[in-house]
Design a protein around this ligand. Structure first.
Ligand SMILES: Cc1ncc(COP(=O)(O)O)c(C=O)c1O
Length: 441
C-alpha cells in the first residue's frame, strides 16, 4: 500500500533537541516560577533582568523602514542590491578588504547551509561535519538525502586538524569532491574559535587536496558579531580569496544573531573563489533554489540590515550597544569557567560566544546527568559529547554556583550502576557514532 508520504520522506520524523529542551524549561517555569529554574536551553540572548534582548539600535531602524518596503517582495531573488552591498560591506569592506564575491539572500543562515548542500553535492554524496556541532546540520543533510562523515572537532584543547584532514582525504578519495562544514568563530555548541595557525594549516591542506577534485568549504559564521576580535577576525576572508581555482568558499552569514532578529529569517550565502566561472555557475544554481524553494527573503529585514550596515552613524550606535553584550557574555563565561575549574567540572575549550559545553564522553552518564538536572529544574541541550549550556540565556546571578550544582548531581551518578544502561533520554543527540557506521560511501 502506498503511503501519503513518498519513499524519500520515510524516517523524517523530527526531534529537535533544542526546541524540546526549551519547552521543558518553559513548562517548569510556569509550574515552579522563574527563580526556581535555570533555563540554559534557549539559544537566544536574554539580558540580566531576564528579558529578551532586542537591540534598540536595530529595532528603531526597522521602525523607520517604510511600510511598503516591509510589504513588498524583494526586488531581486538574490536580495535587493542594497542588501547584497551591505553584506559585502559588513564582512569585507569594514575590515579594509576588497573581495570579489557573489551574494545570495537566504532565509537565515539555515537557508544558506541547505542551499549549499543541495547545489554542491549529488544526492547520496557525503557532506563533512564536526562531530560536536549544531544539531540541525544533520537535519539539513537528511533533508537533502546526503550522508554525513564526521571529523573530530578537538584533540585535547585544540582544533583537530589531523582528523579534518583524514576525513576530507577519505571523502575526496571516495567521491572526487569535498563539501566540508566549519563553524567559526564562537562555535556552537562549544564556544571555540580557531587560532590563525590552525586556519593556516587547514587552508594549506584544502589547497593541496583540491588538486584531486573540487573542494567546497562551508564557513558558518552565524556568531561572527560576537567574537572578541571584531573586524580583525575578518582578515581570514582575505585568505579565502587567495585559494586555488578548485576551491569555493561559501560564507554562511546570518542576521539572526547579528541583529537579534532570529524570527526575521534573513541571511546570505557569500561565494568567494578565484574560479569566476565556477562561482557564477554556483550562484545561478543557488538562485534557482531560492526561486524554487522559498522565493524571496523578508524584504523589511533586508532593508533594515542595509540601513544599519551602510549608514555610518547607525552602524556606530549599533556597535556600541552590541559590544556591551559581547562583554556580558564574557563575564558570564568567566564565572562558569572559573567555578567549573574549582569544582572539577570538565568543559570543552571555550573562547567566546553564546554557548559553553560540559564535556562528558560517556553517553550513558551524559543522558543520566541530563535527566537528573531536569529534575532539579536545570535545562541544557543534550549534544554529542556533552551538555550545552546557553550562557546567552542565563543571568550572572544564576550562573554563580551552577557549576558546583552540576558537579554535585554528576557525582551522584554511579557509572557501575546496571540500571543506567536502560536510561532513555528523549533529547539524546548522540547518534554520531551510528551515523558514521551508516555513512556511504
Ligand atoms: C551554528 C549555527 N549556524 C547557523 C544557524 C542558523 O541560524 P538562522 O537560520 O536562524 O539564521 C544557527 C542558529 O542557531 C547556528 O547556531
Amino acid at each position: 500500500m502506498k503511503d501519503f508520504i513518498g519513499d524519500k520522506s520515510v524516517g523524517k520524523e523530527i526531534v529537535d533537541v533544542v526546541f524540546e529542551a526549551a519547552q521543558g524549561a518553559v513548562k517548569a517555569t510556569k509550574e515552579f516560577g522563574e527563580d526556581a529554574v535555570v533555563n540554559g536551553a534557549f539559544g537566544t540572548y536574554f539580558k540580566e533582568d531576564k528579558s529578551f534582548l532586542t537591540f534598540d539600535t536595530v529595532y528603531r531602524i526597522f521602525d523607520r523602514v517604510p511600510d511598503f518596503q516591509k510589504a513588498k517582495y524583494a526586488s531581486s531573488i538574490a536580495g535587493p542590491p542594497e542588501y547584497q552591498e551591505a553584506v559585502k560591506d559588513w564582512l569585507f569592506k569594514s575590515a579594509g578588504l576588497d573581495i570579489n564575491a557573489d551574494v545570495i539572500a537566504t532565509p537565515g543562515g539555515t537557508g544558506a547551509l541547505s542551499s549549499t548542500i543541495k547545489n554542491a553535492l549529488n544526492r547520496g554524496e557525503t557532506v563533512i561535519h564536526p562531530d560536536i556541532g549544531w544539531g540541525p546540520y544533520k537535519t539539513i543533510a537528511k533533508e537533502m538525502q546526503n550522508p554525513v562523515a564526521y571529523y573530530k572537532l578537538f584533540e585535547d584543547e585544540h582544533f583537530n586538524v589531523e582528523s579534518f584532514k583524514e576525513t576530507c582525504t577519505q571523502v575526496m578519495k571516495n567521491q572526487g569532491k569535498v563539501l566540508a562544514f566549519i563553524n567559526d568563530p564562537c562555535q556552537n555548541p562549544t564556544g571555540y574559535t580557531m587560532r590563525d595557525s590552525e586556519w593556516d594549516e587547514v587552508l594549506t591542506f584544502i589547497n593541496e587536496l583540491s588538486d584531486q577534485g573540487p573542494f567546497i568549504l562551508l564557513l558558518d559564521v552565524a556568531y561572527i558579531d560576537f567574537n572578541k576580535r571584531g573586524d580583525d577576525y575578518k582578515q581570514l576572508f582575505e585568505k579565502l580569496s587567495k585559494m586555488s581555482d578548485n576551491v569555493l568558499s561559501v560564507i554562511a552569514f546570518s542576521v539572526s544573531k547579528t541583529m537579534t532578529a532570529y524570527g526575521m529569517r534573513v541571511g546570505a550565502q557569500v561565494l568567494v573563489s578565484n574560479n569566476e566561472q565556477g562561482r557564477r555557475r554556483f550562484f545561478h544554481a543557488c538562485g534557482n533554489t531560492a526561486r524554487g524553494v522559498w522565493s524571496t527573503v523578508n524584504n523589511g529585514g533586508m532593508m533594515a540590515f542595509a540601513n544599519l550596515a551602510l549608514n555610518e552613524e547607525n552602524k556606530q550606535a549599533y556597535l556600541q550597544e552590541k559590544n556591551g553584550f559581547v562583554k556580558l557574555l564574557q563575564e558570564r563565561a568567566e564565572i562558569m569557567i572559573h567555578e567549573a575549574k574549582e569544582v572539577g567540572l570538565p568543559l570543552y575549550p571555550y573562547h567566546e560566544g553564546f554557548f559553553i559545553t560540559i564535556k562528558i564522553d560517556d553517553h550513558v552518564i551524559k543522558n543520566e546527568l541530563h535527566l537528573k538536572l531536569k529534575k532539579h529544574n536545570i535545562f541544557f541541550v543534550n549534544v554529542y559529547g556533552g551538555l550545552r549550556v546557553a550562557i546567552c540565556s542565563i543571568p550572572k546571578a544564576k550562573i554563580t554556583g551552577l557549576a558546583a550544582k552540576i558537579k554535585e548531581v554528576l557525582d551522584t551518578i554511579d557509572p557501575s550502576d546496571d540500571d543506567l544502561e536502560s536510561v532513555q533520554d528523549a533529547n539524546d543527540n548522540n547518534d554520531v557514532d551510528n551515523d558514521e557506521k551508516n555513512v556511504t560511501p
